[in-house]
Design a protein around this ligand. Structure first.
Ligand code: MN
Length: 287
């Protein structure tokens, strides 16, 4: 029996300041982590128009125990880290960073963006790692815009960054089964795709208005969907939305700032390792 997933919660994003003070919209703020599992956090950065010299980022800070996935819609960011990794993330690109055992990184506007200003719009998703993978060595996947898989139907474009949407396979390699995709719908169009029964399902609206199982979901709102094996989203207006799903990890979460572990003792060990310099530091460029 096929069943379309119902909506169990519609949640408004909460605005917050991150890093050196840039504004984010945080749609998971009033959602139970058991409903977002395996995802921990979703931050929409911007859209914001920076004047020359104004663009802000997040200077050196550590992470351990999960992955940060940065998807840039407009503008550009430059990440650098203590393992020598990082790189420039431009429009349509995704940087999938497995922090694992830990690193120190910076997430900053590119020098050009800082000098000239411009429009910045992107998302950062935090994906939890299961206990067995939390201390894996750090690694990166840069998923350039051109490599993102596309599903195209009447009035519907879905860019599949990772996972599978109706047989279209995204390039991102994930530690647990996950689907992460960006959907653009023309006004009146209907997205109707298979969605694995053992995944959760979340729809975050970036712009426009959607109707999902009879509920209205607007810009800056997250829909948490219930059980079923199909995802149906109708565009009331032109619509941009992120589609997220994954198999829940269902392990205890001990979360303090940039560290997400299974126990408090593991978080304390992460803080001690960071303070002792064991997560490394970023070597300034040119030295
Ligand atoms: Mn970070």
């Amino acid at each position: 029996m096929t069943s379309t997933r119902p909506v169990v919660q519609v949640s408004d994003a909460v605005e917050a300041r991150e890093g050196a003070g840039f504004l984010v919209r945080r749609p998971f703020a009033s959602v139970d982590l058991r409903d977002t599992d395996p995802f921990l956090l979703l931050d929409e950065m911007g859209p914001v128009d920076y004047a020359p010299g104004e663009a802000k980022g997040a200077p050196d800070h550590p992470h351990r125990g999960f992955e940060t996935v940065t998807y840039v819609l407009e503008g550009a960011m430059e990440h650098r880290d203590s393992t020598g990794g990082g790189g420039v993330i431009g429009p349509g690109d995704t940087q999938w960073m497995t922090a694992g055992a830990g690193l120190v990184h910076s997430e900053e506007p590119t020098p050009e963006m800082l000098r000239d200003g411009g429009r910045m719009h992107g998302l950062q998703l935090w994906v939890n790692l299961p206990r067995a993978e939390k201390m894996t060595p750090p690694r990166y996947q840069l998923i350039e815009a051109a490599r993102v898989a596309r599903l195209e139907r009447d009035g519907v474009v879905v860019r599949v960054i990772a996972g599978d949407v109706d047989g279209v396979q995204g390039p991102g390699r994930t530690r647990t089964p996950i689907t992460y995709a960006h959907a653009s719908l023309a006004s009146g169009a209907m997205l109707d795709v298979a969605w694995p029964r053992d995944f959760n399902a979340l729809v975050y609206v970036l712009s426009g208005e959607a109707e999902i199982a009879g509920r209205t979901v607007r810009r800056g709102q997250l829909a948490v969907l219930g059980d079923g094996d199909r995802l149906r989203v109708r565009a009331v207006t032109e619509l941009e939305a992120m589609l997220l799903g994954g198999r829940p990890i269902r392990e205890p979460i001990a979360w303090y700032g940039p560290f997400v572990m299974n126990t408090k003792a593991e978080v304390i060990a992460a803080i001690e390792d960071y303070e002792a310099g064991r997560l490394g530091r970023i070597v300034p460029s040119g030295s």
